[in-house]
Design a protein around this ligand. Sequence first.
Ligand SMILES: OC[C@H]1CNC[C@@H](O)[C@@H]1O[C@@H]1O[C@H](CO)[C@@H](O[C@@H]2O[C@H](CO)[C@@H](O)[C@H](O)[C@H]2O)[C@H](O)[C@H]1O
Ligand SMILES: [Ca+2]
Ligand SMILES: [Zn+2]
Length: 537
Amino acid sequence: MRARVSKSIFYNQIGYLTGGEKRFWVQAREPQPFALRTQDGQAVFAGMTKPVGENWHAGDFSALRVPGTYALRVGASEVPVVIHRRAYRDVLEALVRFFDYQLCGAALPEGEAGPWAHGVCHASDAKVYGTDIAVRCQGGWHDAGDYGKYVVPAAKAVADLLLAHEYFAPALAHIRPMRAAHREPHLPPVLEVAREEVVWLLTMQDPATGGVYHKVTTPSFPPLDTRPEDDRAPLVLSPISYAATAAFCAVIAHAALVYRPFDPALSSACADAARRAHAWLGEHDMRPFRNPNGILTGEYGDAELRDEWLWALASMFRMTGDPAWASRCEPLLLLDLPWDLGWADVALYGVIEYLRAPSDAASSHVRDKVKARLIRELDVLAEMAESHPLGIPMRDDDWIWGSHMVLLNRAMAFLLAEGAGVSHPAAHTVAQRAADYLFGANPLGTCFVTGFGQHRVLHPHHRPSVADDVVDPVPGMVVGGPNRNLQDEVARAQLAGKPAMEAYLDHEASYSTNEVAIYWNSPAVFVMAGLHEARGK
Ligand SMILES: OC[C@H]1CNC[C@@H](O)[C@@H]1O[C@@H]1O[C@H](CO)[C@@H](O[C@@H]2O[C@H](CO)[C@@H](O)[C@H](O)[C@H]2O)[C@H](O)[C@H]1O
Ligand SMILES: [Ca+2]
Ligand SMILES: [Zn+2]
């Protein structure tokens, strides 16, 4: 009979990398003895937990480096622990295959998608808002738990996957995309997956002006129990926006560079599209996007657009290596913009593009100032992690809508900086703690990636998973996470008064804590690939 899995030991329920740091947490006021035994009962490690803040204690068994499955016991509680050099191999594949499950405009065959297969969806042309102009903008990925396709968050999701390939291709080589859903089997797997969204993004650019439509959605969200193929409301292209055009310019210039060795035709189409998008930026004001009348889907509004402009210029610089682009983006790099990897605050993408561009084409003075600020930014995050009981760079007011993206972006920032010549001693510890938290070392004892862990997420706010007749949700989806602002009805009804880190509900109606999104999975792909690469050896 399977041992009852305790809920009072908070640990990485997917596993620990052989060469990595290995910690678990318990809530206690005094040090607790703990021990690990092999499956045949042989004691192999023993220790005492140490206080790590508030009433949390941590036990460290990093010195145990023999792969295997062990029983970790603390007092009367016991949990199964896996140590393996490829502990994240399966979850990494599932995190990437999530994008294939989000594919739009084509049927997902059973041979590829198993029980989560579905028929063709959203295959009709879209109408440009307020006109009768029809545009073919099929393909790409559904954004999240809804079926909308939005350029701004798509740019983040694609950039993260392109960066994961550039930084950690060997760690991703084992991934099997849904081959039948793609047309480019010769590409490295994560580029084959991302290519679908790149090709869709190109359809979102207005050929006449170079501007990019903000999104393509039905006028409002369909009911939660609507299967993709049953969502037949007309598709509307919302107006061209500065945010979409700038984010498009940035990520499409990035794609032009990454696909150049594999797909020259796509690469040159991207380079041309990026140039036309940049030309549009030069002729238009930085006006924030607002949903037009009658369009009630996600807005992705953003009042600060200088960071998107920075990201676009820095990407053009790295794509061309032309010092003229360096001179254009350097003044923006010196502004006091928030350096982040979000869907709204994107400046850190520009910083990384700039530092990874040919250094001889840039100002060494600006490069030095940028590197110095980057180290200061990472020092702040490292101190935040140091003072958190679970070792994660999060403060109480960071538990917002999409808090898991906030955490993963911060871990990603350390690994991105490392690859741009700015190493920080806390980088891998922060990345490991983020993985430990996401995979179960959190006050709810929940593994926040569907289909994995001892205590799983079963009811994500994800229309395909709610509408199908399959009990288990689509696997490999990172849920949004605790949100102290209680921004949906069930959260308000059931989470009032909860500590910020516990304001989460595994309920299909809790879209502000339990939805999924392509740009919440994408930083997870980057971070887990980085850990796998560094510790999987
Ligand atoms: O829930 C995921 C997405 C599903 N598709 C429609 C999108 O509109 C939705 O995106 C989310 O839309 C939310 C509502 O607009 C966004 O929430 C806002 O996120 C902000 C932080 O990014 C918070 O400061 C703010 O309080 C909160 O309302 C959130 O970031 C963003 O991820
Ligand atoms: Ca912005
Ligand atoms: Zn669709």
